[in-house]
Design a protein around this ligand. Structure first.
Ligand SMILES: *Cc1c(COP(=O)(O)O)cnc(C)c1O
Length: 403
């Protein structure tokens, strides 16, 4: 944790915990570096579902070309904050009301997920026009990835066999303008694997466009840039990715590429700060019970990983008995929920951990609070803090979860 954040985490009162602490200067610096690594002809959209906190979105707004949204709620949220922003609307199961809302809100691109959706669109268009990409489940072989959305039977996107029918519908309806293809097949890829996927997708797309006698002018290759929760310092290799995309663009002089990452943009800027409420040993294993839990930070439960963390020692102790602690042994960090699934990190080594010490979970800026089941057990919600101290250098934030 860099000093300004640590300082803030120290100053929080016990009653403020658990707390989400967001590093806005760090986020700005990160997205600036992403943008700088990408060629000009690559447009960067942020996938709002990763974290749609308004302050984070405002920090991003000057650095991204627009936002990708996946519901009517997200359309209203983004439009409310940014009346002029470019919006791409994707996602399965769009209702007629949502499609109409998207048109009213002036979304720039609709990512069509199926033939029925396309037909539904024609019924809500009226005398308006729609600019669409067809989302395709391109046949590729995906080796093990964190989350696969395609390349196998999937509810996402169009099966290539349905593309011809969609093209016919579009050809007979002058209100629908087809700009190209959308492909979001996998999540959790490193730069090399992602570039290999882009290579496969572009090869397939070239053959398809050639067969159809159309020119590809736009391909959105989705998000899914990997975030490694076991190595918080190793971010996705954006410079290598940018160089690889340059090569793709050289072969396609009139093509605009779009990407729409979520997790890899905001994961690093969020911290979930909490406190050890109890420490116990059970049949030889150590457990630390923390304030809060996976109802605030569902990420480790959803992804079945150990959330990386730092211990922030707190030396105050006001009881007449010895302060319980674990020292130099593996400990399992659990929350306050009455379920064995409420685990934030399992059998991780700590130097020393005492009741009252604080714990700052790292990489809690994406798919964290907003995917959590807040209502379960009716514990208080966390407090939220956006640390903004432009000018403070971003230091190497992570100081060691022992291996
Ligand atoms: C979720 C999603 C993204 C963002 O994925 P990340 O793994 O967060 O980068 C992008 N595009 C689509 C269509 C998505 O569903």
């Amino acid at each position: 944790m860099r000093p300004a954040l640590l300082h803030h985490a120290h100053r929080l009162a016990d009653d403020d915990l658990p707390a989400y602490v967001y590093d806005l200067p760090g986020l700005r610096e990160h997205v600036r570096a992403i943008r700088a690594a990408l060629p000009h002809r690559v447009e960067l959209l942020y996938a709002a579902k990763a974290n749609s906190d308004p302050r984070l979105l405002r920090a991003l707004a000057g650095h991204v070309d627009g936002f990708e949204v996946a519901s009517g709620g997200e359309i209203r949220h983004i439009r409310g904050l940014f009346p002029e922003a470019r919006i791409a609307f994707g996602g399965p199961g769009k209702t007629p009301v949502e499609l109409a809302e998207a048109l009213d809100a002036g979304v720039e691109r609709l990512h069509v997920e199926g033939e029925h959706e396309l037909r539904t669109l024609t019924t809500v268009l009226g005398d308006r026009t729609a600019d669409v990409l067809l989302r395709v489940n391109v046949p590729v072989v995906l080796r093990s990835v964190a989350l696969a959305m395609g390349g196998r039977p999937s509810p996402f996107g169009l099966d290539p066999a349905q593309l011809d029918r969609c093209l016919q519908i579009i050809a007979t309806d002058g209100r629908i303008r087809l700009h190209g293809l959308h492909v979001h097949l996998a999540s959790g890829l490193d730069a090399r694997a992602h570039l290999a996927l882009v290579g496969h997708v572009m090869g397939w797309a070239d053959r398809w466009a050639h067969q159809q006698g159309i020119e590809l002018t736009e391909v959105n290759i989705g998000g899914g840039m990997g975030v490694d929760y076991t190595r918080p310092r190793e971010v996705f290799d954006w410079p290598a990715f940018g160089i690889g995309l340059c090569r793709t663009l050289e072969r396609h002089p009139r093509l605009t590429l779009r990407i729409e990452p979520g997790r890899s943009v905001t994961a690093y800027c969020g911290w979930y700060v909490t406190q050890v409420l109890d420490i116990k040993h059970s049949r030889g294993e150590a457990f630390a019970v923390l304030r809060g839990g996976t109802h605030h930070l569902r990420t480790p439960a959803a992804k079945q990983h150990d959330q990386p963390f730092e211990v922030i020692p707190d030396d105050s102790w006001h009881h007449p008995w010895d302060r319980p602690e674990v020292r130099g042994e593996p400990v399992t960090l659990v929350g306050q929920l009455c379920t064995p699934k409420d685990v934030l990190a399992r059998r991780v080594m700590v130097g020393r951990l005492r009741i009252g010490d604080r714990i700052a979970f790292a990489m809690a800026g994406a798919y964290a609070w907003n995917i959590s089941h807040h209502a379960f057990l009716m514990h208080p919600h966390p407090t939220f803090h956006h640390v903004d101290d432009v000018g403070t250098p971003v230091t190497d934030a992570y100081v060691g979860r022992p291996t």
